[in-house]
Design a binder for this molecule. Structure first.
Ligand SMILES: Cc1ncc(COP(=O)(O)O)c(C=O)c1O
Length: 394
């Protein structure tokens, strides 16, 4: 069956953050919104049907997930990524951002140092700060040859030696630049962290959306050291457009990390699946494989469209081509605008809601993040608006 990703679904008034907080966030509500990392595509029908079936029961009391929930996760990871783990090694997590906060609280104390690799997903910077931990940076390095960033592993080693951090938070694949990390880089990072006794949180929420020609490597699979030092988070939420259902899980192969962490989760009752998320996860992982393939084809065509359009029509903006997921990191420094003028260009001249690159920390200056998990007509309209707005600057 062919799925219709061109279909326009009006999200306004549904409580979607994407469309319903524009006035508060951007100062006006008449914007074409392509910012928050969820998609405009209808959640696949098998997921909606499974939820509707459960909701048709008259009582929504305390529930236990079916055994098939756990096996659906285990099978999905094995089949898609060749990643094998046992049920005892995994736990439900009510959201990856929360999961990262739990790890911070369980394994670090105020004042401890946490390594991040900016520019990077904003909560990686905010959660440690909000919890009184110190951020130490291992910035990504721009690599002109590949047209994207690479990790600066020599600097990471130096940071670990100098700062004695407790923890590193890794975005694998990377948000905002959409990088699928090479296995060798992940293994080298693991080796450094193992030597300096740094716990690695691998956030793999975008893992199931690698583009053609790229292979995602779950962090614990890259080496024995990686399995030993890591807590890995993943979820069906981005891939199947169910972020509002809060449906993540973690895998911790090393019992020396797993036991204290699972104890922390169970003491605080953080690890109990919400009944709808377990149902949605199982439906996504068992019945939506073809939907995922077609969605990824569609998104990659959107990526091609944006990269080609900007190259041909807007020379001041360069798209960093993502290797996974539906977000595009736009380097707008060629426009020569300061921060206020760049935001004014996007919000007031182009009437677009994109993410401000500065929120992603060092290296995000002069960048914007665009979401292309949307019907082509919306993406094309956004391109036309950017072109017209940039031309009006002259
Ligand atoms: C790298 C990354 N981690 C986590 C999240 C959010 O995860 P959750 O909604 O499960 O807290 C996002 C959402 O954009 C993300 O890009």
């Amino acid at each position: 069956m062919r799925y219709d990703f061109d279909k326009l679904v009006d999200r306004r008034g549904s409580g979607a953050i994407m469309t319903d907080v524009l006035q508060e966030r951007y100062g006006r509500s008449d914007l074409l919104a392509l910012w928050v990392a969820d998609m405009y595509f209808e959640t696949p029908a098998p997921v909606r049907e499974a939820i509707e079936r459960r909701l048709s029961h008259q009582i929504y009391g305390y529930s236990i997930p079916a055994a098939s929930y756990w096996s659906s996760v285990i099978n999905w990871e094995r089949e898609l990524h060749g990643w094998t783990f046992r049920r005892e090694e995994m736990s439900f997590i009510p959201g990856i951002v929360r999961g990262i906060a739990y790890v911070l609280q369980c394994f670090t104390k105020p004042g401890d140092k946490v390594v991040v690799q900016p520019p990077v997903y904003m909560p990686f910077l905010n959660l440690p700060r909000n919890n009184g931990r110190q951020i130490v940076e291992n910035p990504l390095a721009w690599d002109a040859a590949s047209g994207t960033y690479r990790m600066d592993l020599a600097d990471l080693e130096e940071v670990c030696r100098r700062e004695s951090p407790r923890l590193l938070i890794l975005s694998n694949p990377h948000n905002p630049a959409g990088i699928v990390w090479p296995k060798e880089d992940l293994a080298a990072l693991a080796e450094i962290c193992w030597r300096y006794d740094v716990l690695v949180i691998s956030d793999e929420i975008h893992a199931d959306m690698a583009h053609r020609g790229f292979v995602h490597h779950p962090f614990p699979t890259v080496s024995p050291a990686a399995a030993e030092v890591s807590i890995t988070f993943a979820a069906p939420s981005k891939t199947f457009n169910i972020a509002g259902l809060v449906s993540s899980f973690c895998v911790v192969p090393n019992p020396r990390l797993r036991e204290p962490f699972f104890q922390y989760l169970s003491c605080n009752e953080f690890g109990e699946p919400l009944f709808l998320s377990a149902i949605a996860t199982e439906a996504a992982f068992t019945r939506c494989g073809e939907w995922r393939r077609q969605m990824l084809d569609y998104v990659q065509d959107n990526v091609d469209f944006v990269c080609d359009y900007l190259r041909s029509n807007v020379p001041g903006i360069v798209a960093v081509r993502p290797q996974a997921s539906f977000l595009i990191w736009l380097d707008c420094r060629g426009l020569g605008l300061d921060h206020a003028a760049l935001i004014d260009l996007f919000v007031n001249k182009a009437q677009l809601a994109f993410n401000d690159g500065e929120a992603f920390g060092r290296g995000g200056e002069g960048h914007m993040r665009m979401n292309v998990g949307a019907p082509r007509a919306m993406v094309a309209e956004a391109m036309r608006r950017i072109e017209t707005a940039v031309k009006s600057l002259k």
